[in-house]
Structure formats: structure tokens, C-alpha cells
Design a protein around this ligand. Structure first.
Ligand SMILES: NC(=O)c1ccc[n+]([C@@H]2O[C@H](COP(=O)([O-])OP(=O)(O)OC[C@H]3O[C@@H](n4cnc5c(N)ncnc54)[C@H](OP(=O)(O)O)[C@@H]3O)[C@@H](O)[C@H]2O)c1
Length: 284
């Protein structure tokens, strides 16, 4: 069995690759790099060499236009990749007998909550609509599972990286408010994916919500960060209506299955950030 990571240069893909290393043969695709990656541009999925995919391989379908703002402002471009190319690629992987894990988003539920895996979906914005369209197309196929991710926290996610830069430079950070999520530590996501690759049937559902234990605003997240790195200064900013046209203010998404799959509770934000912000960072 091989594990194919689709979209090698992505933020989540890079960290998943280190977690999965040594577990199975790892293969990568990329639309940009040629080094150690099979070429795949989802605008032209049929150009891919599908003979590289074999029965029971695990395909981690991470590649996407992942910015809700680009999906909002360039819908045709995003749709060609996120819906048309992705659906065609997944179709052909399933035809080859592979198992596909599709990386979707908590935004498919829409705003509010609490949401569990069986809650009805009311996608907000084109990004969420595109993810939901792909899910609907394949859910029901036993070789397809969808992971609905909350905001994924690591030292390199956009928000934490911004806070780290501001803390190091002395610049005052501007924090959008209100924006509340049950952000999840990237290690929890990586462990869940590793478990699923090994034990496909350990998850008794086609849908897994991947979320942390606490519903926190970005301001509360910044406070947790500041506790660990007191150099951070920030102020609250209210974003314009166009910001919330592409994403809900609050998504309170939990999971009935994540703790069981992990064999432990997911990390709280403080634990996650403490792990991510190394001593070396705080001395910079
Ligand atoms: N990060 C989060 O908090 C979060 C939350 C909810 C859902 N998700 C979903 O999880 C997945 C991974 O997220 P991420 O944050 O790692 O995204 P990302 O950093 O934006 O990575 C996406 C990757 O997709 C690949 N890609 C882009 N255009 C492509 C094309 N035309 N053809 C083939 N590949 C293309 C690129 O990799 P190459 O340059 O190697 O081709 C790119 O690096 C995405 O599907 C995203 O929607 C993420």
C-alpha cells in the first residue's frame, strides 16, 4: 500500500508527510515542483499518470484553492480546480481501487453550532459550496471519506505565523473580531490521518470532523499566544462585510469520533501552541 499526498507544497501536506514518513511508501504530486513529485495540475487531471495508483493505495486529497477569498473573487478559476478537476481526479483514483480521504472544511455546516458529523449542512460562501459539492458526489462510496477540518494550528499556519512575526518585530498585530472556531492542532490532524490510513474501518462514519476542544475567538487565541510569548502586542479590528461573505463568524464544530480514533483527547490550544512555539522562537 502506498500513500499519495496530493499537493506536496501545501501547509498541511508538508507536516503530514513528516508524520507519515516510514509508515508506508509515500508518493507526492505537485503542480509546481518536479523534484520527488509526480506532476499533477488539477486543471488538467487527465494528464496524470493514473498507472501510479494501485488497489488499496490511500490518496490524501489535500490540493485545492484553499483561500475563501480567492474562491469568492475568482470563482471560475477556483471551481475548475476545487470541483471539476478534483471530482475527475477522485473518480479515477476510486476506479483504480484506491481509498480517498478528501480534506473538506467546517464551513460546510455554515455559521453557528454546535455541529456534529450528522448535523445538516448549510455551506456559507463559494469555498464551502465547492467542498460540499465534492462531498455530495462521493459520499456513499465506501472507499471515500471526508475530513471536515476546523482551523488547523501549527507554528506555520497563517495566523500563528503572523503573531510570531509581530512578536519578533515589535509590530502591533491587528486581530479580526469576531471570528470563532474550534481550531485543531496539526498533530491531532496528522495522527487522525495516520490512524485512518492504517485502519480504514476504525472510523464507523464516512465523515470525520477534525476540531479542537475549545471554541475560541482570534482574540482569545492571541491571548493564549501572548501568555507563551509576552512580547506580542495586539489590537482588535472589525473586518468589513465582504470578509464575512466568504466565511461564517462562528463555527462550533465538534466530533463524535475524533477522540476514539486518536485514542486520546485532542490538544487544547495552549498545549498545541506550547508545543509549536519552541524555546528558540521566544529567544529570537
Ligand atoms: N489549513 C486549514 O486550516 C484548513 C481548514 C479547512 C480545510 N482545509 C483544507 O485542507 C486542504 C489543505 O489545506 P492547506 O492549508 O494545506 O492548503 P494550501 O497550503 O493552500 O495547499 C494547497 C495545495 O494545493 C496544491 N494546488 C493548488 N493548485 C493546484 C492545482 N491547480 N493543481 C494541483 N494542485 C494544486 C498546491 O500544492 P503544489 O504546489 O505542491 O501543487 C498547494 O500548495 C485544502 O483542501 C483546504 O481547503 C484546510
Amino acid at each position: 500500500m502506498a500513500i499519495l499526498i496530493i499537493g506536496k507544497n501545501g501547509f498541511v501536506a508538508s507536516r503530514l508527510a513528516s508524520r507519515l514518513e516510514g509508515m508506508d511508501t509515500l508518493l507526492f504530486t505537485s503542480s509546481r515542483s518536479r523534484e520527488n513529485a509526480l506532476p499533477l495540475d488539477l486543471r488538467h487531471p487527465d494528464d496524470f499518470d493514473f498507472r501510479r495508483i494501485e488497489q488499496n493505495d490511500r490518496v490524501l486529497m489535500l490540493a485545492a484553492v484553499s483561500s475563501p477569498d480567492i474562491c469568492q473573487n475568482e470563482p471560475d478559476y477556483a471551481r475548475a480546480i476545487n470541483v471539476d478537476g478534483t471530482s475527475r481526479f477522485v473518480d479515477r483514483c476510486l476506479e483504480r481501487g484506491a481509498h480517498v480521504i478528501f480534506f473538506s472544511s467546517d464551513t460546510v455546516y455554515g455559521g453557528g453550532g454546535p455541529f456534529g458529523e450528522r448535523s445538516p449542512c448549510h455551506p456559507v460562501g463559494p469555498y464551502a459550496g465547492m467542498k460540499h459539492e465534492v462531498e455530495n458526489r462521493f459520499l456513499g462510496n465506501a472507499a471515500f471519506k471526508t475530513l471536515r477540518l476546523s482551523y488547523v494550528v501549527s507554528r506555520d499556519d497563517k495566523f500563528t505565523a503572523y503573531l510570531r512575526r509581530c512578536a519578533a518585530s515589535g509590530e502591533e498585530a491587528e486581530i479580526f473580531h469576531p471570528l470563532r472556531r474550534r481550531a485543531v492542532h496539526i498533530d491531532d490532524l496528522a495522527d487522525a490521518v495516520a490512524a485512518l490510513c492504517q485502519y480504514w474501518n476504525a472510523l464507523p462514519s464516512a465523515i470525520l470532523n477534525v476540531a479542537g476542544p475549545e471554541l475560541l475567538s482570534r482574540v482569545e487565541m492571541a491571548e493564549v499566544f501572548r501568555h507563551l510569548d509576552p512580547r506580542l502586542r495586539f489590537r482588535t479590528v472589525e473586518p468589513g462585510p465582504e470578509f464575512f461573505a466568504a466565511r461564517p463568524q462562528t463555527i462550533d464544530m465538534g466530533s463524535c469520533y475524533l477522540s476514539t480514533l486518536l485514542g486520546r483527547e485532542p490538544h487544547g490550544l495552549r498545549e498545541a501552541l506550547a508545543k509549536e512555539l519552541t524555546l528558540q522562537d521566544s529567544l529570537q
